[in-house]
Design a protein around this ligand. Sequence first.
Ligand code: NAD
Length: 423
Amino acid sequence: MADEVKKTRGYRLLNCEQSSRVHFDKAANRLGLDEQMRNWLRIPLREIRVHLPVVRDDGNLCVLEGYRVQHNNARGPFKGGIRYHSEVSMEDIRGLAAWMTWKTALLDLPYGGAKGGVTCDPKQLSLAELERITRKYTQAIGFDIGPHQDIPAPDVNTDENVMAWIMDEYSKIHGYSPAVVTGKPVDLGGLAIRKEATGLGASFIVEKWAKDNGMKMNETTAVIQGFGNVGHNLAFCLQDMGCRVIAVSDTGAGVVNRDGLDIDAVFEHKEKTGSVAGCPGVETVDRENIFGLECDFLIPSALQNAIHGGNYRNVRAKVIFEAANGPTCPVIEPRLIRKGIPVVPDILVNSGGVVVSYFEWVQNLQQFNWDEDKVYNELKKKMIDAYDAVFGKAEEEKCSLRTAAYMIAIAKVAATARTRGIY
Ligand code: NAD
């Protein structure tokens, strides 16, 4: 492992690879997973590192680093998003790829897990530069992805445009192939609901938890960190369910209204200005301050390590739902649980995106479109089935929700690997 545990202002942060291994080891120990299977499932099958020469708009050449990590494909083709971010590293992509393996297994999708990324700062790039980077990246990994091999999707700072460019560039080499990516624009075979699917799926989990805990949604409050694809769609869904979303944040700031934000107004302000900061009629605060607000649901929806040794003591929520990948530092999770704050894990909460990606892929392969109601209902069913499985397992095993989710997922992948005869 390249990275040592990072120390920031006196508290420890793990990269995604380290975090995913902590979770894996806990569940594998409980499962009594044999040593050989454990060694095989702990590491990715393949890691691809590429260097992308890209011409900037001013004519200068820059060379960017890109990655694709294919963690496991025992249950089906590799599947996972592509992240563009200035701090993307191979270590993080490794962990994110493993999380996809466990997520697709937990949700019973016929996929394995992968993740990709390019180290770049999209805020500093024009649309034309973003397109050139995406096309170069696709050329570089074009023989390692494919509709039955590895199917990318959007993640942080990538969207349907990026998916369209990947699909187009891949199709130049291999012929028309809409099923090579999911999260595409609708006119290329994407599903309209895919953009909101991760937030929508997370809202089903929140609603179910509230019901199981005797709460009415119209009497609940939520705080959401991150107001991008996942965060803002989740905020809309919760608002529609009657929940008061009292604070949201982005990299710029947090905004708070204890009576409940008007999410449409905050969204409109962000669209206009690029940030939620300064939204009229609400209080603008430091983005970190929202973690200490009293609320029912705290929902980190930005990046990994949002809740760490420096801020977990401030948390005054009844429950944490991880809509982002890896937002709770594994060292801190047991302390939150001891404080009586359960953490509903990412591989359950944010799985709505890959579930709808699966529906998109199936329709692309079959060249047969479902109606929107069917997609919505099938998503809800998948989310609730997985919720019941995780909460049932945690009860049976008297363990955390995360360990329960991992136990279910790891057992499935290991069983398929044994049946196929992976050795
Ligand atoms: P995005 O780029 O659309 O949005 C990220 C948001 O987080 C932005 O609003 C950004 O300003 C904010 N942010 C970043 N750092 C922050 C900080 N320190 N404090 C407050 N806000 C901060 O990305 P996304 O697609 O919404 O993904 C968010 C998370 O959800 C990631 O962890 C991603 O891996 C995970 N996820 C995304 C999908 C999907 O379908 N897009 C699916 C599953 C999981």
